[in-house]
Design a protein around this ligand. Structure first.
Ligand code: ADP
Length: 510
């Protein structure tokens, strides 16, 4: 145990799709301990993705112990734990033994796709959207839970007897960490199950009936910061309070300090996830944009709208691994910056279809405007520019009057700031281009572990280390660099027109 003089730190358990990590932060957001372990994935059939919950548990326990030991070695004591997790992944376990009845079904798993197509064909989409803010899709937990209860031997009957517990990964970890004392989740994770009414903030009885989910299997839904329970001393040698939980993208919104309506965070990795703070009234965004809970405090939900770009870093990967025109991803920056202009070359990286606002799954990519002078630099520039155009299109789609538009999100509004993270955020040229083309200041933080930081901030609020999320962000969020829009409006318009013309040409109907 740490001595009384130890300074407080918060441990964020960051349970992701491909690895489990634990990061200890001091109250100013400095990392004082960290550990990471890969997480095996299983692909039992085409489109099926599973993980062993015991692997999830083991890697969380090991990394947490390592990060804690490192923090303690530096004179810190863990005051609280926050959990942030891969969203939507479903686990069902036996309440008596604590043992999972089957592997976890991971968010990427498509086994519920036909079921969701059936729901859409049967006209269920509007009601699902009204209650949950989601579009019927097998990414969300509902069809995974339905499958587990319907296909694992005896599970349906056991669930009926109240013998089973369902949880997203946060919930399963909370149960294990507390030695079975707490079966709960937070409102952000609940909002990804497709079973939770995000306005009323309770499980939706009609949807639970639709998916044959008895109320007894569901966790209690709590605020994202507050008392979730304390760790069984067997795990870490002490009873440590668990006081914050959030899904990964929502935690990043908090870690990026996007606390006022209209502030957005965008994570540029393989794909790109944009969340915009939509304030305290449930938004009703346009087609293909999700409404979701950003966090819940004191029983009051703050909402976000969420949109995804399927292919962001993949375009750069394609140049690197597919074409071999660049040796490493970072080389795209110097190449792109070396040209005065895109010289009319556009790449539409619709490798797997087009997302919002087009929603065209059968569209495929295209490369336009080639001349004999087109070289590697044009390709690199077009790949990076595509990321900027897609960001601008998505932000526009998210800013409609029923989305976040009522808060003035959009060009030049004070609230229309975009905070960035992810692998591609290191590319200065790209960040400036995004600021220019989206006509919004782009802010890159010094601390890029925004998901883990978000969980730590929620836990810090929950344990009383900070008085509010605002205080927590003020203590921890620092800019590394701010990119200010400087492109002339007519140039922006011309570039976007060129992009939209290219998009028209790859659309399946176009
Ligand atoms: P993920 O978590 O989705 O696996 P990361 O956040 O690690 O992804 O980002 C990796 C992606 O970012 C890759 O597609 C890579 O090509 C791209 N990338 C990394 N560094 C740069 C860079 N400097 N410029 C452009 N793209 C980059």
């Amino acid at each position: 145990m740490a001595p009384d003089s130890a300074r407080p730190a918060i441990l964020a358990i960051d349970q992701g799709t491909t690895s489990s990590r634990a990061i200890a932060f001091d109250p100013s957001g400095v990392v004082v301990g960290a550990a990471q372990e890969p997480l095996p994935q299983h692909f039992p059939r085409d489109g099926w993705v599973e993980q062993d919950p015991e692997d999830i548990w083991r890697t969380v326990l090991e990394t947490s112990r390592q990060a804690m030991a490192e923090a303690q070695g530096r004179g810190f004591a863990i005051a609280a734990i926050g959990i942030v997790n891969q969203r939507e992944t479903a686990v069902v376990w036996d309440r008596e033994t604590g043992r999972p009845i089957h592997n976890a079904i991971v968010w990427q798993d498509r086994r519920g796709a036909d079921r969701c197509r059936g729901l859409v064909a049967g006209g269920a989409a509007p009601a699902i959207r009204r209650a949950t803010g989601l579009v019927p899709d097998s990414y969300f937990s509902a069809t995974k839970l339905e499958w587990l209860l319907g296909h694992v031997d005896g599970a349906g009957a056991a669930a009926g007897r109240g013998a089973l517990a369902f949880g997203t990964v946060d919930s399963f970890l909370l149960w294990r960490l507390t030695g079975g004392a707490a079966h709960a989740t937070d409102a952000t994770n609940a909002s990804r199950t497709m079973l939770f009414d995000i306005e009323v903030q309770s499980w939706d009885t009609a949807l639970c009936a639709e998916f044959d989910v008895p109320a007894s299997v569901l966790p209690e839904v709590r605020d994202s910061a507050g008392a979730f329970g304390t760790t069984d001393p067997a795990h870490f040698g002490a009873a440590i309070p668990i006081t914050g939980i959030a899904g990964d993208q929502q935690a990043a919104l908090v870690g990026q300090g996007c606390l006022t309506p209209g502030m957005a965070k965008s994570t540029y990795g393989t794909g790109c996830f944009i969340l915009v703070n939509a304030g305290g009234v449930r938004p009703d965004p346009g087609e293909g944009i999700l409404a979701t809970v950003a966090w819940r405090l004191g029983g009051a939900a703050v909402y976000a709208v969420e949109g995804a770009i399927f292919n962001a870093g993949t375009a750069v990967q394609w140049l690197r691994d597919g074409l071999g025109v660049i040796g490493e991803s970072a080389a795209s920056e110097t190449l792109a910056a070396g040209l005065p202009d895109n010289e009319g070359v556009y790449l539409v990286p619709a490798f797997t279809g087009l997302g919002a606002p087009w929603w065209d799954a059968s569209a495929r990519g295209g490369l336009f405007g080639l001349t004999r002078d087109t070289g590697a630099a044009h390709l690199a520039r077009a790949a990076l520019e595509a990321c900027g155009y897609q960001t601008a299109d998505l932000l526009e789609a998210m800013g409609g009057p029923k989305g976040v538009g009522r808060h003035g999100f959009g060009p030049r509004s004070d609230s229309g700031r975009l905070r960035v993270d992810g692998g591609m955020a290191a590319n200065d040229w790209l960040m400036q281009f995004i600021a220019d083309i989206a006509d919004a200041p782009v802010e890159r933080p010094a601390m890029t572990e925004t998901t883990a930081l978000g969980a730590a901030l929620l836990a810090g609020v929950g344990v009383g280390l900070y008085n509010s999320l605002e205080d927590a962000v003020a203590a921890t969020w620092r800019p590394d660099r701010i990119f200010t829009p400087s492109m002339a409006a007519d140039r922006r318009k011309a570039l976007r027109a060129g992009w939209h013309a290219a998009v028209e040409r790859v659309r399946s109907g176009g």
